[in-house]
Design a protein around this ligand. Structure first.
Ligand SMILES: Nc1ncnc2c1ncn2[C@@H]1O[C@H](COP(=O)(O)OP(=O)(O)O)[C@@H](O)[C@H]1O
Ligand SMILES: [Mg+2]
Length: 262
């Protein structure tokens, strides 16, 4: 059974892309088949896995989403990455125009769902890395997804704006995707030396309860460095705290999924 997970938070810099790359690579290491889908025009996911500027003959996610007739087969758009069992549908700057171009297209909110429907069954997890907005690209991701994973930067304004995201999830459930679940809320860039980090973590757990992953991602320079080398942190420095944290997150995701299945 394929699980499609949108990684979303309309704030930038909260760890969405870092989580997409490193959770995906950690799950791939645990024998899971993974597809990464970059729907952010900044294409940080694409460059973070070393595929900047690359695309198949069919093109990028931009071409797949904005064709006049909805594309029903994702396979021509998929690239292999340097990580075994981890594939990618890349993005590039063209995607900036998609928010506007999509408006004129039929079933514009369902383009990604239609596309990914063709590879359900071929992967264990599909992660969709969203842009920092609640526009049509993020909407496509939420409509396509089985669940949303919400990274939260442990800082003072972490919970600010979350009401907008929760409201969007409600509207998506009501209009397009009643089964949309919360995969989990992930505390990122945690600095245990500050009281603020602890306080934010406590507040977030009070609000989202058991939806918050037990695993917390610490602030770790290796996580910041790895993407400039085009590799996940488990390949860049497997002994770093950042690598350990994402490996632990992958175990938690698998354990949750096993518990749900049982
Ligand atoms: N746990 C972390 N420790 C240190 N740096 C991090 C961590 N997580 C992300 N970063 C860095 O912070 C910046 C923003 O993270 P990113 O994952 O790109 O956020 P988003 O996709 O939500 O905009 C990037 O430069 C990234 O490398
Ligand atoms: Mg990003």
């Amino acid at each position: 059974m394929t699980r499609i997970v949108a990684i979303a938070n309309q704030k930038g810099g909260v760890g969405k892309t870092t989580t997409a790359i490193n959770l995906a690579a950690s799950l791939a290491l645990a024998d899971q088949r993974i597809l990464l889908v970059d729907v952010d025009p900044q294409a940080n996911l694409t460059s973070g896995v070393g595929q900047k500027g690359r695309a198949s003959a069919a093109g990028t996610i931009y071409d797949a989403l904005t064709a006049p007739d909805a594309i029903v087969d994702a396979r021509p758009y998929i690239l292999a990455t340097t990580v075994d069992r981890m594939d990618l549908i890349p993005a590039d700057r063209n995607l900036t125009g998609a928010e506007i171009e999509l408006v004129a297209l039929s079933r514009r909110e369902e383009r990604l769902r239609t596309l990914l429907g063709s590879v359900r069954g071929a992967y264990d997890y599909i992660f969709v890395d969203c842009p920092p907005s609640l526009g049509l690209l993020t909407l496509n991701a939420l409509v396509a997804a089985d669940a949303v994973l919400i990274p939260l930067h442990c800082e003072y304004f972490a919970l600010e704006g979350l009401a907008d995201l929760v409201g969007t999830l409600k509207r998506v459930r009501a209009a397009y995707n009643p089964a949309l679940d919360i995969e989990g809320v992930l505390l990122t860039m945690f600095d245990e030396r500050t009281n603020l980090g602890q306080q934010v973590a406590t507040d977030v757990r009070g609000f989202f309860k058991e939806k918050v992953f037990r695993t917390v991602i610490p602030r770790n320079v290796r996580l910041g460095e790895a993407p400039s080398h085009g590799m996940p942190v488990i390949l860049y420095d497997v002994k770093s705290r950042g690598a350990e944290a994402y490996l632990a997150l992958a175990r938690e995701v698998l354990a949750r999924s096993a518990a749900t299945a049982a």
